[in-house]
Design a protein around this ligand. Structure first.
Ligand code: SF4
Length: 364
């Protein structure tokens, strides 16, 4: 099991006495100081210094979320063939520290590691969405601005989420993680409504770039355990990094995955190349100056992001896609933040209606 070091628990007054604070104080209160503040922004402002994001990862702030919990995936754009994903923001920042993580830019001005005590409001938002679009099936993920399960052993939010979603036929809830924190999941029957997906990277990327995450082998073992526990499983090869030897390493990783989990038991695959705005790349290289994975040659795309050359990306995508095809099952798959033309080169056809992954999962 992954464990994370926290230095402090900071509770905004509006969250005092909430169920989430009770759980956190019960689990952590004996080992770290608990302070109360009238405005959680104070806790963020206090994190100056050379690496505010790194400091933010060690200080857990509980407050009420004032903005909506549910939103369209921030990676979505008319430029890309998108998958129709919705994200539920239950936390911001993450105790792990991947050198390529987009949070280094995205939460740079608000780097506190935050969880929201009014998380039950998110359930009302999901019910309102369902009532507004009867007959539609939605795929909602919790791992956008934080890892879905990184703190689940102490927040136990997965229990609330599964109890909510397992009564709702129109929803598939996706936990996205790089941990093996699955103890709470294994205690519950999700009744087919929950999927757990792992980002998978070869050992070379894990060792150089994915600090404090579970090893790729541990992620695959955790996936097998939740599959046996009644969950669907999915895998994201994202970001794929085009380093020397990458194709060999990614194919070995696919073989390792398929030896643990047959292709027909995999509900979802995605692939996406490492992509960074110039601002993110500068921040990442500043924080991780010796990481070789951040030094690849890249071209600037029309969306303002740097990626490996198109031919290299397509070669990697196709190699993985062919390996999965040879495994003999048609797994719902998509590319993240790539054009329809790239989809066509990889899958042979562009997705007919890319925003239908949710529907396809409902049938799968
Ligand atoms: S696990 Fe995900 S959210 Fe956490 S640091 Fe790595 S990429 Fe960022």
């Amino acid at each position: 099991m992954t464990t994370f070091d926290l230095d402090a628990l900071v509770v905004e007054e509006t969250s005092r006495g909430s169920a989430l604070v009770e759980r956190l104080v019960g689990a952590l209160g004996a080992s770290i100081p608990v302070t109360h503040v009238s405005d959680a922004r104070e806790a963020t402002r206090a994190m100056l210094g050379a690496d505010p994001l790194g400091a933010g990862k060690r200080r857990l702030v509980v407050r009420k979320r004032r903005a909506p919990f549910l939103m369209g995936c921030p990676a979505g754009s008319a430029q890309f063939a998108c998958c129709g994903y919705l994200v539920l923001i239950l936390a911001s920042n993450c105790p792990m520290d991947c050198s390529y993580c987009f949070l280094q830019e995205h939460v740079a001005n608000n780097p506190a590691f935050q969880v929201y005590s009014n998380f039950r409001d998110a359930f009302e938002e999901m019910d309102r969405l369902a009532h507004s679009a009867p007959g539609r099936h939605f795929r909602v993920g919790t791992g956008e601005l934080a890892d879905s399960l990184a703190l689940d052993s102490v927040t136990k939010l997965s229990v609330d989420l599964i109890e909510f979603v397992r009564k709702r036929e129109h929803l598939t809830l996706e936990f996205k993680t790089k941990t093996d924190e699955i103890e709470n999941l294994l205690k519950l029957d999700p009744r087919g409504r929950a999927m757990v997906s792992w980002t998978l990277s070869p050992d070379a990327v894990w060792q150089s770039s994915e600090h404090r995450t579970a090893s790729p082998s541990a992620r695959i073992a955790a996936a097998r355990a939740v599959l046996d526990g009644g969950y669907r499983v999915g895998f994201h090869f994202d970001p794929m990094i085009a380093y020397e030897g990458a194709e060999r390493d990614y194919l070995q990783l696919v073989d390792q995955l398929l030896s643990a989990i047959p292709a027909r038991r995999i509900s979802l695959l995605s692939m996406g190349a490492l992509r960074m705005t110039p601002g993110l790349r500068s921040a990442a290289r500043r924080r991780f100056p010796t990481d070789p994975m951040l030094l690849g040659e890249e071209v600037l795309g029309s969306d303002g992001r740097l990626r490996a050359f198109g031919a290299l990306r397509i070669r990697l995508y196709r190699a993985l896609q062919e390996r999965f095809e040879r495994a003999g099952a048609r797994i719902p798959s998509y590319l993240c933040m790539e054009s329809r033309a790239v989809h066509e080169r990889v899958f042979g056809v562009a997705p007919a209606n890319p925003a239908t992954i949710g529907e396809r999962l409902a049938l799968g």
